[in-house]
Design a protein around this ligand. Structure first.
Ligand code: ADP
Ligand code: MG
Length: 729
């Protein structure tokens, strides 16, 4: 067994960078090559069709059957011209990742041959078998059909010779079975609510757009090492493995040179991204060894999210070509940093005004403060829900561990914004507003621009930070579908903006001036949502206690964190914003609990196997070697001399034996705990049982195995060790 380990380690360290086929054209020439964007639409669609489609996209309308047929025809021609042979509806089921069912572009021609065919009805709607995707009981198996329908706001693209059509996935009764449907609803909701508020400042505003710029962190690992670790293959993380003597203490990876093998991978990945219209821009090393990040230029949220999902799948493919495996798990290695996916989020008007950036005039700044304060109020009101939106069995290893934000949502504002808010709250209106001025309004907040543009006082310990012109939701996990967080955030802000508008309108109806009404409501919100504002060290123990005192959600048990989705405040909010019905929320929670249980169940099985079939036999073998040696030494050197020689080995034999006793005992206990949990009917209770009774056994088993790793002969140890996994040369 150990021979295998040394062989794969050698293979991995001898691996050379693979040369990349760099296109001769410049990025600007091949950017979007495989995307049916407006330029291709114009080229392949009749003028009338093109105009109808663009109008439908821009004004969020649906397509007529006739236009759909014409779009399908043009799209098919474009796809075939670019080498596509199949088409698929590409959707985002409630598992993380995407789903596809491929069909060839052929139909019988009635003369024993085929023609390339793609009708509008196939473009607009398909019927994948909904029973094979998690649906939380919405679908009974006897009517196991849902349908997928084209989301025209996201362009079709070609991946692996297949035309992929981004679609929503819903049941026949209209409940969403995916992430995209509620994301679109949330985006529309914040558009409507945001527009109504933005119109206080500019009546020309027709839409408010939600923007997302994600930063994808990931680990790379050599494929042969990966394959020698059943835990990585089956669960995406190492379930055992002692820390290596050196990991990230020297902080030398972040600014270090990117290894050439990795650079080749990154280059090819970027080229693929650009061909698919993903504006990949930034790449760098991350804090942990073998950890990297890719970030694009931000885009409209729905498109940005499609691009992130697409990135995650092409990443895996490109990595394979370079003999790597990409790990998107939030915590592949204990003791070193995990991976997140910061969601940089902002709102802006269709007139081009960013709503979270201070402006040049007092009016702009009042608008800025209005939106920022409403976000803070929404995050405060729904802090438990926002935490639930980013929580999963895998992200739980990252949050609350001593490297990432705690499992408590708070907002970092930075000094300047914090001071402005404090000033505003206690301000006396007359001091701040001078209606006589030529611009109609003078505010104390008018000095904002100079001081805030370069907001450098970053706080890395905050899960939700204001960074000058956007908020950065940092608690999102690296493997997550960003939609989950974006649905909750956009919907919560939509609800808050609706409430704000109602209150401001009521004041105006009572004869208050608009500016006065806005400021009064802003002051109320600042006072109400104070508890969410925290600029201190989010890693500290004191913060946990302080947060509890402030009434923030401090729950750490993942299955219980999901309860926030079913809190009355969440049900009301999702109803008001039109994002989820109560039935959908209930169904989705069933899926969340079930997924949690399944993930832990798989990990527990793999760990049991590793413990009993990999580690214990090797430790036993090493123990016999020691025992044999002890007996022989004692024979050779009878008496005190011999006793002295074997004393330490005897201790080692004893320690190994003790560790193995605990491991075997805990594995048995863990199996029993699973059996008991599996009999529980309620998905929620079952998930809680896994959390409370299975996970602690796993933690203990790992501790004792990692301890053994330091005792057993290095040559015998069956699995590649951290120091071998973590340093790509
Ligand atoms: P850092 O790691 O310093 O936070 P990065 O450059 O890695 O910054 O990533 C920042 C991300 O935020 C990028 O995707 C960028 O396009 C995005 N971003 C910048 N401005 C906005 C904005 N107004 N709204 C949404 N995303 C933004
Ligand atoms: Mg960032």
């Amino acid at each position: 067994m150990s021979k295998l380990r040394f062989k794969v380690v050698e293979e991995a360290s001898n691996r050379k960078a693979i040369s990349v086929n760099i296109p001769v054209e410049r990025p600007s020439e091949y950017y979007g090559k495989y995307v049916f964007n407006r330029q291709k639409m114009q080229e392949y669609l009749p003028r009338e069709t093109y105009e109808a489609l663009v109008n439908a996209i821009d004004n969020k309308q649906s397509l007529s059957r006739r236009i759909a047929n014409s779009v399908a025809e043009g799209m098919k021609r474009w796809a075939i011209d670019n080498g596509a042979r199949h088409y698929t509806h590409w959707f985002h089921p409630l598992t993380d990742g995407t789903a596809e069912k491929h069909d060839a572009f052929i139909d019988l021609d009635g003369r024993e041959g085929v023609v390339e065919e793609f009708a509008g009805k196939l473009l607009v709607q398909q019927e994948p078998d909904a029973s094979s995707f998690p649906n939380g009981g919405i679908r009974n198996t006897f009517e196991a059909r849902g349908y997928s329908a084209w989301d025209i706001s996201s362009p079709a693209f070609i991946l692996d010779k297949t035309l992929c059509i981004p679609t929503i996935f819903i049941s026949y009764t209209g409940e969403s079975l995916d992430y995209k449907t509620p994301l679109l609803r949330a985006i529309n909701s914040v558009d409507r609510a945001g527009t109504a508020v933005a119109q206080y400042f500019d009546s020309k505003v027709q839409h408010v757009i939600s923007y997302l710029g994600w930063e994808q962190e990931y680990f790379l690992i050599d494929e042969s090492l990966y394959e020698a670790r059943p835990d990585l293959v089956m669960t995406g993380r190492t379930l055992i493995g002692h820390e290596s003597a050196k990991n990230q203490q020297l902080e030398d990876h972040y600014f270090g040179a990117i290894p050439s093998r990795v650079e080749a991978f990154m280059l090819e990945l970027e080229i693929e991204c650009h061909k698919l219209g993903i504006p990949a821009k930034t790449r760098h090393n991350e804090v942990a060894p073998n950890q990297f990040e890719l970030a694009p230029i931000y885009e409209e949220t729905n498109l940005a999210n499609d691009h992130n999902l697409l990135l995650m799948s092409i990443m895996a493919e490109v990595a394979r070509r370079h003999h790597f495996r990409v790990l998107l798990h939030e915590k592949p290695f204990a003791g070193i940093n995990g991976s997140g996916k910061h969601n940089n989020w902002s709102l802006g008007t269709d007139t081009g005004v960013p709503l979270f950036a201070p402006g040049k005039t007092p009016k702009d700044n009042l608008q800025f403060i209005t939106f920022v304060v409403n976000v803070m109020a929404a995050v405060h009101r729904h802090n438990g829900l926002l935490k639930a939106s980013i929580m999963s069995a895998t992200n739980a290893h990252r949050l609350g561990a001593n490297e990432a934000p705690p499992a408590i949502i708070s907002i970092f504002t930075g000094k300047q914004l914090g001071e402005i808010l404090a000033q505003l709250e206690k301000s006396d209106q007359d001091q701040f507003i001078d209606f006589a001025g030529k611009e109609g309004l003078q505010l104390g907040v008018s000095q904002i621009p100079e001081i805030m543009v370069d907001n450098t006082d970053r706080n890395r310990t905050s899960p939700f930070a204001f960074t000058g012109n956007r908020f950065e939701f940092r608690a999102v996990g690296s493997s997550a579908n960003c939609a989950s967080a974006m649905i909750a955030l956009n919907a919560a802000v939509a609800e808050q903006l609706m409430d704000f508008k109602t209150k401001v309108d009521a004041r105006i109806a009572n004869g208050e001036l608009l500016e006065h009404a806005l400021l009064e409501e802003i002051k109320v919100l600042i006072a109400q949502s104070k508890a969410i504002h925290f600029d201190g060290n989010g890693y500290s123990e004191e913060w946990k206690q302080e947060a509890a005192r402030r009434g923030l959600d401090c729950e750490t048990c993942v299955p219980k964190i999901f309860d926030s989705y079913l809190a009355q405040s969440s049900i009301d909010m999702f109803k008001k914003s039109g994002v989820f019905s109560e039935v959908e929320l209930e169904a989705r929670n069933e899926v969340k609990w079930e997924m949690y249980t399944k993930k832990i169940q798989i990990e527990a099985r793999v760990l049991g196997d590793l413990a009993l079939n990999h580690v214990v036999p090797v430790a036993t073998r090493y123990q016999s070697v020691l025992v044999d040696n002890i007996l022989k030494l004692k024979q050779l050197f009878p008496g005190e001399k011999g006793e002295k020689m074997v004393a330490l080995d005897l201790d080692a034999v004893e320690s190994i034996a003790e560790n193995m006793v605990v491991i075997k005992h805990e594995v048995a206990k863990m199996i029993e705990a699973r059996k008991v949990a599996n009999r529980i009917e309620s998905e929620r209770e079952k998930a809680i049982a896994y959390h409370d009774t299975v996970v602690p056994c796993m933690d203990k088993i790992r501790d004792y195995i990692d301890d053994l790793e330091l005792m057993v002969d290095n040559e015998m140890w069956p699995l590649p060790k951290y120091r071998e996994l973590l340093f790509i040369r």
